[in-house]
Design a protein around this ligand. Structure first.
Ligand code: SF4
Length: 83
């Protein structure tokens, strides 16, 4: 099963919540007005979460919907950034 890394630059989130609308399994808004990527791990200045291919499409929808492009997805096999 292929794996993908979701990279979320939370400090630049503006709380538009389109990620939540696209994928509320993985995204929710917190009290500070910014989104949380559920189950992610903090790495330096960003958050990371590894997902499997079954989740990719919905996560791609969330990433593409973000107006400030703070959600990125990488193919862990090739290292290629998809969003
Ligand atoms: S869509 Fe982007 S800016 Fe809006 S809440 Fe989600 S991560 Fe933040």
């Amino acid at each position: 099963m292929k794996k993908y890394k979701v990279i979320y630059e939370r400090k630049n989130c503006i709380g538009a919540a389109t990620c939540v609308a696209a994928n509320d399994d993985r995204w929710r808004l917190l009290d500070d007005g910014k989104a949380e990527l559920k189950d992610s791990v903090k790495k330096d200045a960003h958050f990371e979460l590894i997902i499997e291919e079954t989740e990719l499409e919905k996560m791609m929808d969330a990433a593409r919907s973000c107006p400030v492009n703070v959600i990125h997805i990488e193919d862990m096999e090739t290292g290629k950034r998809l969003v």
